[in-house]
Design a protein around this ligand. Structure first.
Ligand code: CA
Length: 227
């Protein structure tokens, strides 16, 4: 099973994350400050790092730079700063994903799974399965009930992203930032258009949705229609 180093100064959150991930079978090490965290990363060479941005001795983004100087280990940043520009800056600085505090246990588990799956080290690497949908990122192939879908690159990226977050509502703004890399500009219409194309290929409509559920005013989520 994969190993995870958690760097978080807040004891309650640190212990909760450690317990949740240990229960899932991950090997977990924790540090309460940046310097111990850096040492743990160098010494233990973990499969994943979860990094709090607000640390007592050093800003998390500084620690991220130091980690990046010595390691390509995937890093999930936990931040209270939910604003787009902070999130984008964090991703640009070399984070692989982020969690905005307060986050749920389910969200933590999903992000950890998604990042490890992406880098293929969770020991359960392989396609993401949501109902009859099989998303194989390595082969860049998505099948619906066994049939290969003919998708444009953006349609693939969008469906893949939604599959990684299956069951979670994803905002159009987030899709613009993650799939189109347009955190500020960009029109949500772009997302709407691609969503309607995707729906067509999945054999559904907005009014009669199966996999792609619109949550009005919030975004869209990918669900298993069989549950
Ligand atoms: Ca903190």
């Amino acid at each position: 099973m994969a190993s995870v180093v958690i760097v978080e100064d807040e004891q309650r959150i640190r212990e909760l994350m450690a317990r949740v991930l240990a229960d899932q079978g991950y090997h977990v090490e924790t540090s309460s400050n940046a310097m111990d965290g850096l040492q743990a990363v160098v010494k233990s060479n973990p499969d994943l790092v979860i990094l709090d941005m607000g640390l007592p001795d050093l800003d998390g983004s500084e620690l991220l730079k130091m980690i990046r100087a010595v390691s390509q280990v995937p890093v999930i940043v936990a931040t209270a700063r939910g604003e787009d520009r902070d999130v984008i800056r964090t991703l640009d600085a070399g984070a692989d994903d982020y969690l905005v505090k307060p986050f749920s246990v389910e969200q933590l588990e999903a992000r950890v799974r998604a990042v490890l799956r992406r880098v293929g080290t969770d020991g359960r690497a392989g396609p993401i399965v949501v109902g009859g949908l099989v998303v194989d990122a390595a082969a860049r192939e998505i099948r619906l009930d066994g049939d290969r879908l003919d998708l444009s690159p953006k349609e693939f990226d969008m469906l893949h992203f939604l599959a990684e977050r299956a069951g979670e509502v994803v905002s159009k703004r987030e899709l613009l930032a993650e799939v189109w890399r347009q955190p500020y500009g960009g029109s949500e219409k772009t997302v709407d258009v691609h969503l309607s194309w995707l729906r067509k290929k999945l054999g559904e409509t907005a009014a009669e949705s199966k996999y792609l559920q619109t949550v009005f005013g919030v975004g869209v989520k990918l669900v298993d229609p069989g549950t």
